[in-house]
Design a protein around this ligand. Structure first.
Ligand code: ATP
Length: 248
């Protein structure tokens, strides 16, 4: 099974500031070509899990103190974020981290920095981002800080695409967006998955939409995986229905 498993997180514990235990043994797998959802309420540990994988914990005084994180059967646990991006894994952070003072196009081009490729490759990849996100093409000369929340989320995903990732860790893409835009963004995620073969690990509080688009889901509660299964099974599970689907 390791053959089609890209990412394997095995029983990790994460501690912030040397004392605050936030993940208490989280395990999950991201298969090649899948959309995997990481579900759970506010503070369950979704963002922490993504940052543990992408190497972004250190800048938050967080540390993986137990367990292992492997990508394509190699440990990435002590690698720095840029090295992890070069291996093919990139995180799109919650809150659509675009550079507000740069234009949309400049933001997209910053996503290219980890790659050693020619300018013509860069322009071809930019064109591809615009094909997936026609709105970004329309807004390409606008300062990102003045675009809408949905456009900034698209910009953040587009910038990640410029790094040509094999796997995108996508944190809470639905946050603060109107339902119609949420559908639009998830639709693009699905296209990127199906047409470009990008694998996703997607953290979401919006269980409803996440389980419609994902293939497999993990539910986190207080730093532990309490349930996992194919998305179709989770959608039909009485506990999931009661505690996670009823409200969204
Ligand atoms: P959210 O939807 O709010 O992002 P989440 O499931 O992603 O929720 P995390 O952001 O991973 O949850 O947070 C999990 C727990 O870790 C929370 O109790 C939070 O207060 C704590 N935490 C997060 N970052 C830090 C930090 N830098 N230092 C200390 N504690 C932190």
């Amino acid at each position: 099974t390791t053959q089609d498993t890209l990412l394997e997180v095995n029983n990790i514990e994460v501690i912030y500031n040397h004392v605050i235990l936030v993940l208490k043994g989280v395990s999950l797998k991201v298969p090649k070509g899948g959309i995997t959802a990481l579900l759970g309420g506010n503070g369950a540990g979704k963002t922490t899990t993504l940052k543990a994988i992408s190497g972004l914990l250190a800048s938050e005084r967080g540390e993986v103190t137990k367990g292992s994180i492997r990508y394509r059967d190699e440990s990435i646990q002590h690698a720095d974020p840029a090295a992890i991006v070069r291996k093919g894994v990139i995180q799109v952070m919650e809150g659509r981290h675009c550079f507000g003072h740069l234009t949309v196009e400049e933001n997209l081009l910053t996503g290219f920095y980890t790659r050693k490729a020619s300018k013509s490759d860069m322009m071809a990849d930019l064109e591809k981002v615009y094909e997936y996100f026609p709105r970004l093409r329309e807004r390409r000369r606008s300062q990102a800080g003045y675009t809408s929340g949905g456009e900034q989320q698209m910009c953040a995903i587009g910038r990640a695409m410029m790094a040509k990732p094999e796997t995108i860790l996508l944190d809470e893409p639905s946050m603060g967006l109107a339902p119609q835009l949420v559908e639009e963004i998830f639709g693009i995620v699905k296209d990127l998955n199906e047409k470009e073969g990008v694998s996703f690990l997607l953290a979401e509080q919006n269980t409803n939409v996440a389980l419609r688009f994902a293939h497999y889901g993990y539910i986190l509660e207080s730093g532990r995986v309490v349930m996992d299964g194919p998305a179709a099974d989770l959608r039909e599970n009485p506990d999931v229905k009661e505690f996670y689907l009823g409200m969204s």
